[in-house]
Design a protein around this ligand. Structure first.
Ligand SMILES: [Zn+2]
Length: 401
């Protein structure tokens, strides 16, 4: 795209600017020493670039301390742009507004039968985004992008839903293009498990990890995979469908048509009915977790069994990808050690020891906010640097051939 010759002074300078901005963009704030470590640039180069970015209004620099020593913390300027996150669950809509310095400025959720109709869902999303923007006193031209999460497989390139069985009311729609037309800004889309992974990576229990899996157990079971700091989607966008690992060839029939998938032993739609006779048909995962905490033996047993089965799936993941951290999301994570201990036990039983040795299994830190914060992080990750750097492009030297 640029006209600079690769290797020329100006293109090298531009590349260094982009490296620094990208590092700060994804981390929220970094000291200059941390920027040097994560970009591989020298301390002197980082210092010069930070000064230039500060003079141009792209970053803010504030005094801080690091290991007891005085340091300077660099973050993108709060005025540099606004990001919007829109998260559709099966039964809720959640919207968050944040700035490029990772500050959440406004957030709201409302119950919604999302599966019923895409048009209705997008109407509500458009309304809630506009309401929050007005409430926070934000000028629309500051919005650099919207991250959109949907609770089903979606092709992030085309924006088209990958399976009509999971969101029947959205069949044939392109929620990304539709929302972009409604709001007049670029929209980036992904599924809820990937956004949960991004949310925990950037804002929560995944911070500092470069290789992690976020596992969400809700009405279905899915995983968001982060490899070397990037979401891994696979060419068809279906990487991380951990719920359909076969655990038992003669087990219950799964909604995917196979038998004995991990999901049939762990997802809410399959395990809650086991407790219906004792606790009624309106039992939710959150309620089951509360009953277990209060000592109910049936609920405790079901959660332990779910943990053991998730652990088998995690053991497979360890053997394939060797992540350093597994973050458990969704309401089930609130049961803490009751579910985490059997997950670890199964991992140590079924995974190759060297693949599981460094693994930490931790509960998510963001709860039901993981996906919407992940939607903000998706914009931070995808927006590119041109909006930040091209307003005042560096002086270009003549083409050097
Ligand atoms: Zn299945």
């Amino acid at each position: 795209m640029g006209v600079e010759t690769p290797g020329s002074q100006s293109s090298l300078h531009r590349a260094n600017l982009e490296r620094v901005v990208r590092a700060v963009r994804m981390a929220g704030s970094l000291t200059q020493a941390e920027i040097a470590r994560s970009t591989g640039l020298s301390a002197a180069t980082v210092s010069n670039i930070v000064r230039e970015l500060k003079d141009g209004g792209t970053v803010d620099v504030t005094p801080t301390s690091s290991g007891g020593r005085r340091a300077r913390s660099v973050s993108l300027s709060g005025d540099a742009g606004i990001v919007v996150g829109v998260d559709f669950g099966h039964t809720h809509l959640r919207v968050a507004i944040g700035n490029l310095a990772h500050r959440v400025l406004a957030e709201e959720a409302e119950p919604l039968d999302v599966d019923a109709s895409a048009a209705q869902g997008l109407d509500r999303a458009e309304h809630l985004v506009n309401t929050l923007i007005a409430k926070a006193g934000i000028s629309r031209d500051k919005i650099v992008g919207v991250g959109l999460g949907v609770p089903g497989p979606i092709d992030v390139e085309s924006g088209v839903l990958g399976s009509t069985a999971i969101l029947p009311g959205w069949a044939g729609t392109n929620p990304r293009d539709d929302l972009s037309a409604r709001l007049g800004v670029p929209v980036y889309v992904d599924n809820d498990a990937n956004l949960g992974a991004l949310g925990e990576l950037v804002w929560g229990a995944g911070r500092g990890a470069t290789d992690l899996a976020y596992i969400k157990v809700a009405s279905g079971v899915g995983a968001g995979l982060v490899i070397k700091g990037q979401i891994y989607r696979g060419p068809g966008g279906t990487a991380g469908e951990i719920g359909h690992i076969t655990l038992d060839e003669s087990g219950p029939v799964c909604r995917c048509g196979n038998r004995g998938c991990l999901e049939t032993f762990t997802a809410a739609r399959y395990v809650l009915p086991l407790l219906h006779s004792a606790h009624g048909t309106d039992l939710t995962v959150a309620r089951m977790v509360q009953l277990a905490k209060d000592g109910d033996p049936g609920c405790r047993r079901v959660i332990v069994d779910v943990g053991r089965h998730i652990g088998s799936g995690v053991a497979n993941l360890c053997n394939l990808l060797n992540p350093s951290r597994v973050v458990l999301g969704g309401d089930l994570a609130d049961s803490g050690e009751l579910v985490l201990a059997p997950i670890r036990e199964s991992v140590s039983r079924y995974a190759i020891p060297s693949a599981a040795r460094q693994l930490e299994v931790v509960p998510g830190a963001l709860g039901s906010r993981a996906e919407v914060l992940g939607a903000l992080a998706l914009v931070l990750s995808e927006m590119g640097d041109s909006t930040l750097l091209d307003e005042a492009p560096p002086a270009r030297t003549a083409l050097i051939v």
